[in-house]
Design a protein around this ligand. Structure first.
Ligand code: ZN
Length: 431
């Protein structure tokens, strides 16, 4: 965090919020879960922002009747929203009573951990914790130093100058190797995604069972595509989603997952720089998206699978995302492998991922990295929406603020899903 308790006590000029390192308050914000029961209710829910003239943060969208939406609502808007929901016969359940309190709880845990972790060296890096970007990079560097078949590379610099580093994992070969490409952290607040990517790296390199796989294919892992946004979500605004370019009209950030150069600006995006889903001034206007597109373009013949880790929802989704009921010609193969991966995930802890098309399962949104990857010819393309899910049993009252205790089970169940996709890449060698 940016400020320690000691600094706060010394200067005695900070609000409690500043002491905790956060500039943006979410005190009194509630998260309501709303489940539309018929098409009229669904329409009313869809038009909530428009009707009330305010952009509410939909943590989770509803894309059909019976599918819940999780909506974060500032305290001062709650009466208005509840009035609108009532008028439209929509029932709402409170999922989070006070987002600010949840953030402070998470913050206190991080503070206490960070003071103790400074005393430790990198070999004791705790995989099951949420780390700073610098620590994430120090960890992957240490892996590259320890294992001869792992190489540290850089995609390039973020808009604030952070180096977006990644690992190439795989034994040298005298023939071209096919690649599984994994990234995480495109959306800053989805902390479980980089934590899972890092844990996947650990699983791959510490278990000799994967030696033959890594002789056959290379696995590239970019643990955190959006380091500036991630750090901002740690220090200033826990709910930050975009990168940190700007300002434009007084607002910062572009939704990197709306900035890619396929059907850019077509659906599910905003032209307002202050919106959470601002697509940028043009396709690939953002350096982080440019860097990612560049490596995907340069290797589009050998990258046979692209997996992008997000949260939350427990969904395993495939293109196209830009429009509903619109699929690539090989959708049957994409679906089949997705179901196999979901089965592998289910076998670990019983977690049931739903498999579906990204526009049908979530909501139509264009300019995402998954659609882009598919558009340049990458065969198997998936977005993993990691845990938790919105359902009552597993939500734990959290969404993006998934306690660190869940990093290990999330990694353990995700890993076999990733391996299933890696094996499909391995199979492409013989084709
Ligand atoms: Zn996301």
């Amino acid at each position: 965090m940016t400020k320690s308790w000691r600094q706060c006590l010394i200067f005695l000029v900070f609000t409690l919020n500043e002491c905790l390192g956060f500039e943006k308050y979410y005190d009194g914000h509630v998260v309501l879960q709303v489940i539309p029961k018929n098409s009229l209710q669904f329409e009313a829910l869809r038009k909530l922002n428009e009707a009330l003239g305010f952009e509410f943060d939909f943590w989770k969208h509803s894309n059909r009747v019976d599918k819940p939406a999780d909506i974060m609502i500032p305290e001062e808007k709650l009466d208005e929203v509840q009035g609108y929901l009532k008028k439209n016969n929509l029932d709402a359940k409170t999922k989070v009573i006070d987002v600010g309190r949840l953030i402070r709880k998470e913050e206190e845990i991080l503070e206490s951990h960070e003071s103790s972790s400074r005393l430790r060296s990198m070999p004791s890096f705790n995989l099951y914790d949420y780390h700073t970007y610098d620590d994430q990079m120090a960890y992957i560097k240490s892996i590259a130093q320890q294992y001869s078949y792992v190489h540290l590379e850089s995609l390039g610099k973020s808009v604030e100058g952070r180096d977006i580093q990644y690992l190439k994992i795989g034994y040298p070969s005298n023939r071209p190797k096919n690649i599984l490409f994994i990234d995480a952290g495109i959306h800053a607040r989805e902390w479980i995604a980089p934590a899972t990517a890092i844990c996947i790296i650990d699983r791959l390199v510490t278990n000799p069972d994967y030696t033959s796989l890594l002789y056959d294919i290379d696995i590239y892992v970019v643990p955190n595509v959006n380091p500036d946004g991630y750090e901002y979500s740690r220090t200033s605004d826990r709910m930050w989603r975009k990168n940190r370019s700007g300002p434009r009209q007084g607002c910062y950030g572009v939704d990197l997952n709306r900035n890619f150069a396929f059907k850019w600006g077509y659906s599910g995006v905003s032209r307002d720089p202050c919106s959470e889903t601002y697509a940028g001034s043009s396709a690939l206007s953002e350096v982080e998206a440019q860097h990612l597109a560049k490596i995907l373009d340069a290797n589009n013949n050998t990258i046979k699978a692209y997996v992008t880790l997000h949260s939350y929802g427990e969904d395993l989704i495939y293109p196209w995302g830009y429009a509903i009921r619109t699929y690539p010609s090989d959708v049957a193969e994409l679906k089949k492998l997705a179901h196999e991966a979901a089965e592998a995930i289910h076998a670990v802890n019983g977690t049931r991922y739903s498999v579906g098309n990204s526009a049908d399962e979530l909501y139509p949104a264009s300019g995402a990295s998954d659609d882009y990857s598919k558009s340049i010819g990458i065969k198997f393309v998936y977005t993993f929406e990691l845990s938790p899910t919105s359902s009552d049993d597993n939500f734990y009252g959290y969404g993006f603020q998934f306690p660190k205790e869940f990093i290990q089970p999330t990694c353990e169940e995700t890993f076999p899903g990733i391996l299933t996709i890696a094996k499909a890449v391995q199979d492409t060698n013989s084709k």
